[in-house]
Design a protein around this ligand. Structure first.
Ligand code: KIV
Length: 363
């Protein structure tokens, strides 16, 4: 793609569902990043994530992916300072997750590990500039290689990684002019994040670009959605609905003159179908509700209306129990609620009404 001048789109994914969406969207490369430590597990740094956890994420992603190349980050402590351990770790990741390649952070200090992994036939993506696994060495997540010495080392490292056989290189948080120099110096593609517009592709952390994480807003980050707000609203609505499901009175026993007479005589009872009807979100979405009442004989019913009295009569008949099942169905996302009303009529005694809210949202 670099040769053709086509930009490479790379995005992180850590789970099956999102990986499927990323695949469907036509992203070129999925990175199972160790940023999972931050966005999936809530750690401050990427250091705590383990190789088992990375493999778990990579396996989940691989179950969904058909087209993109999938690269898995080698987590902190699995390759630094020990090239044999690096090979063992890389082989484990490849064998157990079946990703296409691994990514390692660093230049000359990890070159032996990179070479050994490459010698086993595993494709390697490099990563220079801000390398979050070295946060305790840097002390900050600020832009790297602003000084000439660090910029020169970065260029040397980039060339060495290409020479060693890396197939691509992530450049994180370096000045745009430096990223341009590196991109021009290399045949392999550079993939930038906070490194300006001249790289051969870009990578973003999915949770950041989808606006799932409002607390992280670096200058380079373009948000393509605000899923934090959308999710919050959706979950709040759900929460309100659920609370209403248990707390509201979908059906109220009427305090309109409800009266009973003994068996064999006319009998009338009233129920109020309340307008908020069991937490259906009637407004502002324009939701309307239809009501259905199923009755075991011998009751005759008036047509139920939301906010109106439902009157049911029994002109004659034996004592005993009959059941009304009142179901409210919303015309959109609200689903269905039902309430069972049991009417027990005992000779010589008052009619008792037992309301049992079966307020399960049945979609
Ligand atoms: O782990 C990660 O998400 C990364 C990207 C920021 C490049 O390494």
């Amino acid at each position: 793609m670099k040769v053709k001048g086509e930009k490479i789109a790379m995005l992180t994914a850590y789970d099956y569902t999102f990986a499927g969406i990323v695949d469907e969207a036509g992203i070129d490369i999925i990175l199972v990043g160790d940023s999972a430590a931050n966005v999936m597990a809530g750690h401050e740094t990427t250091l705590p994530i383990t190789i088992d956890q990375m493999i778990y994420h990579a396996q989940s992603v691989m179950r969904a992916v058909k087209n993109p190349l999938v690269v898995c980050d080698m987590p902190y402590g699995t390759y630094q300072g020990n090239p044999k351990e690096a090979v063992r770790s890389a082989i484990r990741i490849m064998k157990e997750s079946e990703v296409d390649a691994v990514k390692l952070e660093g230049g000359s200090e990890i070159m032996e590990s990179v070479e050994r992994i490459l010698s086993t036939g595993i494709p390697v993506m490099g990563h220079l500039g801000l390398t979050p696994q070295s946060i305790h060495k840097f002390g900050t997540y600020a832009v790297r290689a602003k000084e000439e010495a660090e910029a020169n080392k970065l260029i040397e490292d980039a060339i060495a990684l290409e020479k060693a056989g890396c197939f691509a290189l992530v450049l994180e948080k370096i000045p745009a002019a430096l990223a341009k120099r590196v991109s021009e110096a290399l045949k392999i593609p550079t993939i930038g994040i906070g490194a300006g517009p001249h790289c051969d592709g870009q990578v973003l952390v999915m949770h950041d670009m989808l606006g799932l994480n409002n607390s992280f807003s670096p200058r380079f980050l373009r948000r393509y959605a605000n899923l934090h707000e959308e999710s919050l609203n959706a979950i709040r609505n759900y929460s309100l609905t659920s609370h209403d499901l248990t707390e509201c009175e979908f059906v109220k026993v009427g305090d309109k003159t409800a009266y009973t007479q003994g068996p064999g005589s006319a009998l009338t009872q009233y129920l109020m179908i309340t307008p908020d009807a069991a937490g259906f979100n009637l407004n502002p979405s324009g939701e309307t509700l239809s009501l259905e009442v199923k009755s075991s004989s011998p009751w005759t019913l008036t047509t139920p209306t939301v906010g109106g009295w439902l009157t049911f009569n029994r002109s004659t008949g034996p004592t005993g129990t009959s059941t009304l099942e009142i179901t409210a169905t919303a015309n959109n996302s609200g689903g269905r609620r039902s309430t069972t009303v049991t009417l027990t009529n005992t000779e010589g005694e008052t009619l008792t009404i037992n309301l049992q809210q079966n307020n399960k949202a049945q979609q």
